[in-house]
Design a protein around this ligand. Structure first.
Ligand code: SF4
Ligand code: SF4
Length: 358
């Protein structure tokens, strides 16, 4: 196992971190396979990862990740709190709410969290999060009081991570990316504001999809080729721990985007959107999310993708048909014909929804 600096925190983290979703008991849809192990089994799996050099364990408040936070706390107590770094989070955006959430998380863990993130910060809650008496303010206070060691922002949105990168109150960022959805990582690599922050990256396996198409070495090395602190991998069995933690990732080879697409093209015609998030829709369609759902439909998450697409794809396609602005296409470095694709996805969704009803 190799280690990297976590920004300016002074911490050194294993370049592969343990994501605790698969050890939760319960059901978190969309996310990687979960195995619902009992606490003793979960502790054994995490201990195995620790013995292989993993020192970073990422979780979220109960019930966001089921009972994973409690299992992680039991593991910390068993192996010795000082041996591991705990990264925790919750989806609260006002100061009061996240302050209470951190205290609850500490109770669940039976200890402090090294890093605590305001989780799933998005354009709709960013002002509450970063503004006066918001979550960032409260996390800064909790840090000063010694209840957490470092503050964090977790988001799937580049602009929000960039805002966090420029905010001196934030120590660590958590974003998502993989060898297919690498647009955000490409932008982070080119933006100097990120250089002083710790950066954890999740969705390395794309919710468990990509290992069906690529070796885990390719997936992990590809993400580690970016200037990140640690790649978080959801692990739920000893075998998965061995696969992720015993490989040789030292070449940090980044496969060419076209190579990745050529593998996927054997199964379907993927939309060539790398989720760079450079496009904005005047009608607020989240273009990159719609395109992801299309690709995920063919990659094995068909039920989930269809359900999500069915919520708003008709309105999105109709907006495109009426749209006179169409600036989204000028913003797309890949030259995607976005309105056409929206209509194609609407047709696909309607056909499959019809078939599933029949
Ligand atoms: S063409 Fe469609 S996606 Fe592009 S800006 Fe107009 S409504 Fe939005
Ligand atoms: S549609 Fe184009 S600009 Fe928008 S996220 Fe995808 S690749 Fe980037």
């Amino acid at each position: 196992m190799r280690y990297r600096k976590l920004g300016n925190t002074g911490l050194t983290v294993s370049e592969i971190g343990f994501g605790t979703i698969p050890i939760l008991s319960g059901n978190v849809p969309v996310l990687p396979d979960y195995y619902s192990p009992d606490t003793e089994t979960a502790i054994n799996i995490m201990t195995h990862a620790l013995n292989l050099g993993c020192n970073l364990f990422d979780t979220a408040i109960v019930p966001e990740y089921g009972d994973a936070e409690i299992k992680l706390g039991a593991f910390a107590k068993r192996v010795g709190r000082e041996k591991i770094i705990i990264s925790d989070k919750s989806r609260f955006f006002t100061g009061n709410e996240i302050y209470e959430a951190v205290l609850t998380s500490c109770e669940n863990l039976g200890t402090y969290a090294d890093i605590y993130f305001a989780h799933q910060v998005d354009p709709g809650n960013a002002e509450a999060t970063f503004g006066p008496y918001g979550a960032v303010h409260a996390l800064t206070e909790l840090k000063a009081e010694g209840k957490i060691r470092f503050t964090g922002i977790a988001s799937h949105y580049y602009d929000i991570l960039l805002r966090g990168a420029k905010d001196p109150r934030i120590d660590v960022l958590q974003g998502s990316g993989n060898i297919l959805e690498r647009g955000m990582l490409d932008r982070i690599e080119r933006e100097s504001a990120f250089s002083t922050k710790g950066l954890l990256i999740n969705k390395v396996y794309a919710a468990g999809i990509l290992p069906g198409y690529f070796p885990v070495e390719t997936l992990i090395e590809g993400v580690l080729s970016y200037p990140i602190s640690s790649a978080l991998i959801g692990l739920g069995t000893i075998t998965e721990v061995d696969q992720a933690l015993t490989g040789d990732f030292s070449s940090e080879h980044r496969p060419d985007y076209r190579e990745i697409l050529s593998v996927l093209k054997k199964n379907f015609s993927p939309i060539l959107c790398d989720r760079c998030q450079k496009c904005y829709c005047v009608h607020n369609t989240e273009i990159h999310t719609v395109f992801r759902q299309f690709n995920y439909y063919f990659l094995g998450k068909n039920y989930w993708a269809l359900r999500k697409l069915d919520l708003n794809i008709r309105e999105s396609a109709e907006s495109c048909n009426r749209c006179t602005d169409r600036s989204c296409m000028k913003q797309c470095p890949r030259g995607l014909k976005i309105p056409q694709l929206m209509n194609q996805i609407r047709n696909l969704t309607e056909a499959h929804i019809r078939n599933s009803i029949i």
